[in-house]
Design a protein around this ligand. Structure first.
Ligand SMILES: C[S@@+](CC[C@H](N)C(=O)[O-])C[C@H]1O[C@@H](n2cnc3c(N)ncnc32)[C@H](O)[C@@H]1O
Length: 305
């Protein structure tokens, strides 16, 4: 694989409009780091990242300010990026042993953001050289700053700016990633799209894989009660106007979505979906309340058979 440009910014017309609001009045903004900083993640900043103990919180706040200025994602405003979701996914042990067993195993994180899940995958036993990332913006630069590990967490040639809705064969992402991945991980990305775009994105996730035997796994915000639209106009206090609302899944609708995807691409898919609570992922529950009492995390594991 030749080295992709790691700093090119793709034309970014897929960023959801609410990520451009950047206001501290948003319900997904807080200055409280401590509530989301577990003792083990703090220890990781002090040891792996060699940040002096009394600078851990200011350091995290500084990098978060940069991230918020780029895109006002809820995971940024709430410091949820401190908690790598992949570490709590129930399929992780099975996935790690699959990657370790398959010859030259490769893993791709789609919407990899600062690469916190990529690092967690390494800590869980995936070789660093197996790790790949894709994002519409090169947030991995801020990841090196946050984790202070540019020298020891080398992603050169394996991170690429790209769009999960883009199928064009000539794109850097297509050339470097298509048909090459044993495992594709994607967390907190699918829930930003309306149903039709979710179908496109799931097909795209499958396109990165080697096909039969490979896995796509991840998570997204979802409801334990009912599927429907996520009302972004209400949630942003009118900050964004009602347009193409993201589709909020429950377990049943998300299984149905993968059923549609499998049929349209002509692939056999074994799909497992579980509804879980925010707390199951190390998230401070009150932080996520703004989405609604019914909301939690839908965990999914898809095996191509
Ligand atoms: C809410 S953040 C989630 C980050 C991380 N995966 C996590 O679970 O914490 C969404 C990420 O997806 C990226 N993203 C948004 N739209 C995308 C697209 N169309 N294609 C690829 N990445 C996208 C954003 O830039 C951002 O890094």
């Amino acid at each position: 694989m030749s080295a992709p440009q790691t700093t090119t910014v793709a034309e970014d017309n897929s960023a959801p409009p609410w990520t451009k609001l950047k206001s501290s009045d948003l319900p997904w903004y807080t200055d409280d780091v401590e509530g989301q900083l577990s003792p083990s993640i703090r220890a990781q900043f002090e040891t792996y990242s060699a940040i002096p103990a009394d600078d851990v919180i200011p350091h995290i706040r500084r990098v978060r300010a940069t991230l918020w200025n780029i895109r006002a994602y809820p995971c940024t405003g709430l410091f949820v990026f401190l908690t790598p979701f992949v570490a709590s996914h129930s399929a992780l042990p099975r996935i790690v042993s699959y990657v370790q067993t398959v010859p030259d195993g490769k893993v791709l994180d789609v919407g990899c953001y600062i690469g916190h899940d990529l690092r967690a995958l390494q800590f869980a036993g995936v070789p660093q050289g197996a790790l790949h990332g894709l994002d519409v913006l090169p947030f991995w630069e801020q990841g090196w700053e946050l984790f202070n590990d540019r020298e020891k967490f080398d992603l050169s040639g394996r991170v690429v700016v790209g769009d999960v809705l883009d199928f064009s064969a000539g794109s850097e992402a297509s050339r470097l990633l298509d048909g090459r991945m044993d495992v594709v991980w994607s967390s907190a990305v699918l829930h930003q799209f309306a149903w039709d775009k979710q179908v496109v994105a799931c097909k795209r996730l499958l396109r990165y894989t080697k096909g039969r035997g490979s896995f796509v796994f991840g998570c997204l915000a979802g409801s334990c009660k009912a599927a429907g639209d996520i009302e972004m106009e209400r949630m942003t206090g009118g900050g964004v106007k009602r347009a193409e609302e993201p589709f909020k899944h429950d377990k049943e609708s998300f299984e149905r979505l993968w059923g549609v995807v499998g049929e349209e691409v002509g692939m056999g898919l074994e799909v497992e979906v579980r509804w879980t609570e925010w707390g199951d992922w190390g998230c401070e529950v009150e932080r996520a309340r703004f989405m609604g009492e019914d909301m939690g995390v839908l965990e999914f594991t898809v095996r191509i058979v």
